[in-house]
Ligand binder design. Structure first.
Ligand code: ATP
Ligand code: GLN
Length: 145
């Protein structure tokens, strides 16, 4: 019987210096998620109001639920944050910790490699553009959080 070992550093494919973590979440959990991300030094986050369907949307007995809009798409929030590879797993873990209720409709997280980052103000690219002053990498270079 093959033993499946939990990977601490998964080999994301394709390999990249940066990844976009895209989380589709319950709108009323987003404040909690973003507060905790900020506390851990994730200072760059983009939020969009979206609507979609998944297992929850296909569940007819939930059609009367207040989370449904008129056309049965469920209102969700898409949270996107681009982070360095070494931060991916801890950010995903925090999002799950803060967003999970255990009920259908908790959402999904997609991970995508990001080729480059350009800071418009300075023209910086790559690691320089990804790093936020006072962000997680700065926090970790002094005290482990
Ligand atoms: P500056 O130092 O010039 O202010 P910055 O790196 O802080 O640059 P902003 O111009 O403040 O970036 O960012 C503009 C918007 O870009 C933010 O409001 C946010 O929506 C988005 N954003 C910035 N960084 C990230 C990131 N790492 N992941 C996702 N969204 C980000
Ligand atoms: N990786 C960045 C840093 O540690 C933070 C990324 C982000 O805030 N999305 O400075």
């Amino acid at each position: 019987v093959p033993v499946v070992k939990a990977q601490t550093t998964p080999d994301y494919m394709p390999d990249s210096k940066f990844y976009k973590i895209e989380a589709i979440l319950r709108p009323w959990r987003v404040a909690q998620v973003s507060t905790v991300l900020l506390k851990m030094g994730i200072r760059g986050v983009t939020i969009s109001d979206v609507r979609g369907f998944g297992a929850q949307g296909g569940s007819t007995e939930r059609h009367a639920g207040s989370e449904f809009s008129e056309d049965n798409f469920v209102a969700k929030v898409k949270l996107e944050t681009v982070v360095s590879k070494d931060q991916v797993e801890e950010v995903i873990a925090k999002i799950i910790e803060e967003a999970r209720t255990g009920e259908i409709g908790d959402g999904k997280i997609f991970l995508t490699p990001v080729s480059d980052i350009i800071r418009v103000r300075t023209g910086e690219r790559g690691e320089k553009a990804e790093k936020m002053t006072g962000g997680r990498s700065d926090m970790n270079s002094t005290v482990k959080v």
